[in-house]
Design a protein around this ligand. Structure first.
Ligand code: PMV
Length: 308
């Protein structure tokens, strides 16, 4: 008999990077994600997707081993299916970590509640990202929209599920290739070490956009949320995390009527850009007119119930 589990991808609406330094962030689970399918086996094994680069294979194997150890090595062979673009700032490694952790816990006959899944998934994420803030996998475990905060130095933080009055219609554009999150986070850390006061000011200001966005969501003020996203993008530009192509995509979405648009995730040379729209049809039209690959997604309070 086979077992399946799902981990959704995520978008950070407000607060990436600053969240690593203890500022609050808002994130939402996508309908897209990673599905793990397990069949009985003689040992605990990951069937790697074909065509992966050697570095990625090694990382996947290492992360899987961490989860296998943490769950008592249930006898199962795990295959992965994903409709999430990889390494684009959409939380693909966290989605994979959550799907695999949930599946191995179930196969081992252990509890697969949010806390248990989160604990194993964090160990996997640490193999992918070094010292992640935890926002990606917290969002993937919780589903829906969350506010997230990690105390500086703590391994992971606290996620609070948010109520949403109106669903949030997003256009997600994919803008070229980008460096791994680990690299972008490390070079920002170097700039912060060199000019600490200036960078801390910017992180604090980004945290404020997340607080403002949280309030706007509670008041069903989508224009206010969009404005916080626009300001957040400006601050990410100031931190040196955007590029000409990301900025062009952001401006394109605004020209198509987005209430707010920004890069999402680690940024760098490329990655994903999101735009918030009043209606799903507007989001779809904006994607079409951008000429870039992309997809639309609607964020709701509890996330889509995924069959498992
Ligand atoms: O890996 P990405 O692109 O989804 O970015 C993760 C968000 C960061 O704030 C840049 C890093 C982190 O650990 O929170």
């Amino acid at each position: 008999m086979s077992l399946t589990s799902f981990g959704p991808g995520k978008v950070i609406l407000l607060g990436e990077h600053a969240v690593v330094y203890g500022a609050p962030a808002l994130a939402g689970a996508l309908q897209r994600g990673v599905r793990a399918v397990g069949i009985p086996s003689t040992d605990t094994r990951l069937q790697l997707p074909k065509g992966l680069k050697a570095r990625m294979r090694a990382q996947l194997n290492e992360a899987f081993e961490a989860a296998a150890e943490a769950t008592g090595r249930p006898a199962i062979k795990v295959a992965l299916e994903s409709d999430l673009p990889i390494s684009m700032g959409l939380g693909s490694s966290a989605a994979l970590s959550v799907a695999v952790s949930r599946l191995l816990l179930r196969a081992a006959g252990r509890r697969d509640d949010a806390r248990s899944v989160s604990g194993v998934a964090l160990q996997m994420e640490q193999r992918f990202h070094g010292t992640p803030s935890g926002v990606d996998h917290a969002c993937s475990v919780a589903g829906g929209l969350i506010s997230y905060r990690r105390r500086p130095g703590a391994a992971s933080g606290r996620a609070q599920r948010l109520a949403v009055h109106s669903p949030l219609h997003l256009a997600v554009l994919l803008v070229g290739e980008r460096s791994p999150t680990r690299t972008t986070v490390a070079s920002l850390r170097e700039r912060k070490a060199r000019w600490p006061e200036r960078y801390e000011r910017l992180f604090r200001e980004i945290g404020r956009t997340a607080v403002d966005g949280h309030r706007a969501l509670a008041e069903d003020d989508l224009a206010g949320l969009g404005d916080a996203m626009n300001v957040n993008h400006g601050l990410l530009v100031a931190l040196g995390l955007s590029s000409a192509s990301l900025d062009a995509a952001v401006h394109g979405l605004r020209a198509q009527g987005a209430l707010g648009a920004k890069l999402t995730g680690a940024g760098g040379d490329g990655g994903a850009v999101i735009g918030l729209f009043e209606r799903p049809a507007q989001a779809l039209r904006a994607i079409e007119r951008s000429g870039l690959p992309g997809f639309s997604s609607t964020l709701t309070a509890c996330g889509e119930e995924q069959p498992s």
